[in-house]
Design a protein around this ligand. Structure first.
Ligand code: NDP
Length: 324
């Protein structure tokens, strides 16, 4: 049996329940893993509220780190006793232990503590694909990155600095802006106080940015298009403020032949070898010191509802970890 957070109905944080669940033995292509730390991500909120529907009842959580206890037939990249970490489907990581598909589970280097791994697998591999696979950024490029003091955001600030990329961040308070600057943002705009479009214009001497990376969604999408250079790239990757309204393709033409994509990490993780490569890239950034893990808050697993409430209320900075 393993204590596991489930929902029976979509809704508020109070809908999450901690229950005892049977685990069973791993089948072909599966492992059993005991979790030492679990990650909290905004996608967990979308699944809880029903924006990203799950077949109910369902366990929640997409990310954790721990020790492999048993492996099923055909699993060759992990063995019992290995330290491991993952961002993976299906949801079920908010638990003491689970049986799950092995393909997206990655061997964890000894030098990276479980809490740090649980904080960076999903958010770190997100920055990895945004910076290297969707729109490979080059030294000297300029990116506008929304919610720069959040989990994905603080990793992006540091990753950008390590690659010689100019990152203009946005964040909801002056304190959050300062944190983003400390972590490597070249500039950070408090977008609750100020319209970020003229600020970006000033910061880029009227040129605009090469790419926008927008996990905020509804509140920032339209104005973000006005921050791009002609031929620039709009990457929408989240909906923290709500899903983006439908976009007219003609808008992309009139604003300078812009490119637009709506990405999800799980497309990139679907290929086993690519997933393992992405994890190794994240681990190497951490081990080299280029990227520091920022765990802004830690909660016992039993207090997961409070953790969700804080994330949705914009009270968190950096990553949030749940301790089973
Ligand atoms: P964050 O830690 O960044 O938290 C979300 C932040 O969004 C808040 O702290 C807040 O920062 C900002 N925000 C702006 N408006 C709102 C609002 N109305 N309600 C709540 N928050 C708001 O979360 P994550 O690092 O987990 O994720 C960041 C975004 O990236 C999310 O949208 C997430 O879904 C997305 N994501 C997408 C992935 C993909 O592959 N598609 C993978 C990983 C994450 P502030 O107060 O500074 O505005």
């Amino acid at each position: 049996m393993a204590r596991t957070v489930i929902i029976e109905e979509a809704g508020g944080p109070e809908n999450m329940k901690l229950v005892d669940r049977e685990m069973g033995e791993p089948g072909p292509g599966e492992i059993r893993i005991t979790h030492k730390a679990c990650g909290l991500n905004f996608i967990d909120v979308y699944q809880r509220t029903g924006l990203y529907p799950l077949e109910l009842p369902h366990a929640l959580g997409m990310e954790a780190a721990g020790i492999v206890e048993a492996v099923g037939e055909g699993v060759t990249h992990l063995k019992p006793g290995d330290r491991a970490a993952y961002a993976a489907t299906p949801p079920g990581a908010y638990s003491e232990a689970r049986v799950m598909p092995a393909a997206q589970v990655c061997p964890l280097p000894d030098g990276i503590p479980f809490e740090d791994a649980a904080a960076i697998m999903l958010q770190g591999m997100t920055v990895e694909y945004l910076f290297h696979r969707v729109w490979p950024l080059k030294k000297g490029d300029t990116v506008l990155f929304h919610a720069a003091a959040g989990g994905v955001g603080l990793l992006a600030c540091q990753w950008a600095r390590s690659e010689g990329v100019t990152l203009i961040g946005t964040a909801g308070t002056d304190e959050k802006c300062q944190l983003a600057l400390d972590m490597g943002a070249t500039a950070c705009i408090n977008y609750r106080d100020r319209d970020f479009v003229p600020e970006v214009e000033k910061l880029t001497d009227g040129a605009g940015v090469d790419v926008v990376m927008d996990g905020v969604g509804k509140d920032t999408f339209d104005a973000s298009l006005d921050c791009l250079k002609p031929l620039g790239m709009m990457i929408s990757f989240g909906n923290a403020s709500g899903p983006v309204d439908p976009v007219s393709l003609l808008t992309l033409a009139s604003k300078g032949s812009l490119k637009l994509t709506r990405t999800t990490l799980f497309t990139f993780l679907a290929d086993h070898d690519r997933c393992q490569d992405m994890a190794r890239h994240v681990f190497s950034k951490v081990e080299s010191g280029a990227v520091k893990v920022n765990i802004g808050q830690t909660y016992p697993l039993a207090e997961v509802a409070e953790a969700h409430r804080a994330l949705e209320a914009r009270e968190t900075t950096g990553s949030t970890v749940l301790m089973p």
